[in-house]
Design a protein around this ligand. Structure first.
Ligand code: URA
Length: 273
């Protein structure tokens, strides 16, 4: 059986964009894990994307898969798109090309003109095809990134798009200390996402599948974590990287060792006992 795969950045303007990415002179290694390289996008760049989602920064799964939003946050985002009746016509980018390191790095660099200018080139390239019908920003920094785009001269040539600033998909994990707090935060996140669904579902003119809006309950259920499409990832990545949630961790006895090390574990059940 043929397995679809992402053919990469072989067409303009994306070939030029990935060749011209900002390096350590723009993203300082004190605040970004530049050693793992930039991660650019996930999804359709061929003018078929209907929804643009802006995330925050790549984490350990994204460093391995070389596409953004493939870990827990990515699977939750995929589930949100499914409730918008979008099963493949999406594109994700992040606010930052590199993983933020340490406290406050994101806030310190959100107003950086070179970072914003490069991100705005991506947004312009995605919007140029005219297929995007709605935009979502996950978290405050991504919201600032979108507002930055709107204030740029390049945005002037584009028609306004329906937009929602939604809570970041892994905010419950980053904000809660106990399991009870995490569950309460998930419920709050899903209330916020339901508001977003109510606003955005009616504006999607060309969904991938038909269906009335179904809102989230108070917790994620298994159907809310759909598999990532094979043609979202580079060729040859094992299927479990698309179907499983947590297969990579940063490990190390010291801060430096942890920064240098990502452990990837084939999930249980993939191999016979
Ligand atoms: N969270 C994000 O916002 N983006 C990613 O790529 C991964 C996690």
């Amino acid at each position: 059986m043929a397995i679809a795969f992402d053919r990469g950045y072989y067409k303009q303007p994306f070939a030029r964009l990935v060749a011209e990415y900002p390096a350590e002179d723009v993203y300082p290694s004190a605040d970004f894990r530049v050693e793992w390289g930039p991660v650019f996008h996930r999804g359709r760049l061929d003018g078929s994307a209907r929804v643009l989602i802006i995330g925050q920064d790549p984490a350990q799964h994204e460093a391995i898969a070389r596409r953004v939003l493939v870990g827990t946050a990515g699977k939750r985002a995929q589930g949100l798109l499914k409730r918008l009746s979008i099963t493949r016509s999406y594109v994700f980018i992040n606010t930052f090309l590199y993983s933020v390191y340490g406290q406050g790095g994101g806030n310190r660099h959100i107003a950086n003109a070179a970072i914003a200018a490069y991100r705005n080139r991506w947004i312009a390239a995605i919007l140029k095809r005219g297929s995007i019908e709605a935009v979502v920003a996950f978290g405050g920094l991504a919201n600032t990134a979108w507002q930055d785009w709107l204030a740029s001269s390049a945005a002037a040539g584009h028609a306004p798009l329906p937009f929602r600033h939604l809570t970041h998909p892994t905010w419950p994990e980053s904000s809660a200390r106990t399991n009870a707090e995490r569950q309460a935060a998930v419920t709050k996140l899903l209330e916020n996402w339901n508001d977003g669904l109510r606003a955005l579902k009616p504006v999607i003119q060309q969904p991938d599948v038909a269906g009335a809006l179904e809102l989230y309950g108070t917790a994620f259920v298994p159907g809310d974590l759909p598999d990532i499409l094979p043609d979202d990832l580079p060729p040859g990545l094992p299927a479990w990287m698309r179907t499983e949630e947590g297969w990579a961790d940063r490990k190390g006895e010291t801060l430096l060792e942890k920064r240098r090390t990502i452990v990837v574990r084939v999930p249980k059940g993939v191999l016979p006992d």
